[in-house]
Ligand binder design. Structure first.
Ligand SMILES: [Zn+2]
Length: 381
């Protein structure tokens, strides 16, 4: 799993009611607990080895942090349009992309940022009570969080620069890793989808989240900044598997609005990240060829690959043999023990926009596990 699983109508209703203050956090958790157990059941019955909690408690993969951090406030797009200086640019983003504007609220930094409660430790502890399988905990990466939270017009009264805000973000994520590791979590994955936006839009503001109304610096500088932040977050995290997930956006089923291009331009940066695993999409043809990534010596010698083999956004179920063939292509570059099968992205990146029905999502997971059985039989050492 990359992370999210479709939310049920009950969870969506509970999320709305909680947002409006109609139910307490405890009442929400009661609904979400049941949903997490249900998401776990789907994964276990599909035969998934490393499970997640399906992000059932989160409205999306990054803005949930506003519930956990002091100094962060969720702002609607309308509120942001009020305060940003480049209103025309901001409106253009909303129009040209199929942004789920009705559902996105940006976690904006409006005060000194600190943890009121852990971001994901409690999610992990709950899931741990219900399964013996290894658990992956997805977290927003430090670059994404810094970009999302830094809205100059609201933030600069508190932090003098994006870099100053990033210091506190790095500290928060390091605390989270330490606590998750002590609690026995197996795998922490940082989501940094916005990295592709840097290379495929050449610094033009075409971001699929209001995150970072603008990365106005040169894309290469921004990528260096991202590498530095991620490496600082994972420094000293031996004993736990760490991963980085990068995709080209998963907010829409309208393919033409999503970014396209191989991982090639990101390779020099990905190769320098001190994470155990790169969790990447490859089922979509928009992600280009495996060779663009695996021609890199650094990546081939040192990284595990979370290989995207099924595509969360399509209704057709991939063939088991096609998945096997895809993995065999990766086996030309990597030993079997460093290849992990996963979907290209989550099945419900934004809670109100599931990518598929439960039935189709489950069938896609089953396709992966059936392929894994064949592959282990052929290649397990
Ligand atoms: Zn993704």
């Amino acid at each position: 799993m990359v992370g999210s699983w479709p939310r049920s109508p009950e969870v969506l209703r509970a999320q709305r009611r909680r947002h409006h203050g109609d139910i307490s956090a405890e009442e929400f958790d009661h609904v979400a607990d049941a949903a997490v157990i249900e998401a776990l059941k789907h994964q276990e019955s599909a035969g998934i080895d490393i499970v997640t909690d399906g992000e059932q408690r989160r409205d999306n993969f990054y803005s949930f942090v506003a519930d956990k951090l002091d100094g962060v406030r969720l702002m609607s797009l309308a509120e942001m349009l009020d305060i940003v200086e480049d209103k025309a640019g901001f409106e253009r983003i909303l129009q040209t992309l199929d942004v789920p504007a009705y559902s996105i609220r940006n976690p904006t930094c409006v005060g000194i940022v600190s943890r009121r409660e852990p971001l994901a430790l409690n999610e992990y502890l709950f899931l741990r009570q219900h399964t013996d399988r290894p658990i992956k905990v997805p977290l927003p990466g430090p670059y994404l969080l810094t970009r999302a939270m830094w809205v100059k017009e609201a933030t600069r009264a508190v932090y003098e620069s994006k870099e100053a805000l990033a210091e506190d973000v790095v500290g928060i994520l390091r605390d989270e890793i330490r606590e998750l590791r002590e609690a026995g979590a197996d795998f922490i994955q940082f989501d940094e989808p916005v990295l592709t936006e840097l290379v495929f839009t050449q610094g033009q503001t075409r971001t699929f989240m209001c995150a970072a109304l603008a990365a106005r610096r040169d894309p290469a500088e921004e990528l260096e900044f991202a590498v530095e932040l991620i490496n600082r977050v994972v420094a000293g995290s031996e004993g736990i598997r760490t991963g980085l997930h990068v995709c080209r956006g998963n907010w829409s089923q309208q393919e033409h609005t999503l970014l396209k291009g191989s991982y090639g331009p990101l390779v020099p940066y990905l190769a320098r990240l001190n994470v155990t695993q790169l969790v990447l999409e490859f089922a979509t043809p928009r992600a280009g060829e495996l060779a663009a990534l695996l021609d890199s010596d650094q990546i081939r010698k040192h990284k595990e690959l979370g290989l995207g083999v099924v595509y969360p956004r399509t209704e057709g179920i991939e063939g088991v043999e096609a998945v096997v063939a895809r993995v065999e292509e990766a086996l030309k570059y990597l030993p079997p023990e460093r290849i992990f099968l996963n979907p290209d992205c989550g099945f419900g990146t934004f809670s109100s926009r599931p990518m598929n029905t439960l039935e189709i999502a489950s069938s896609k997971l089953e396709t992966m596990t059936r392929a894994a059985v064949i592959l282990r039989d052929r290649y397990a050492v």
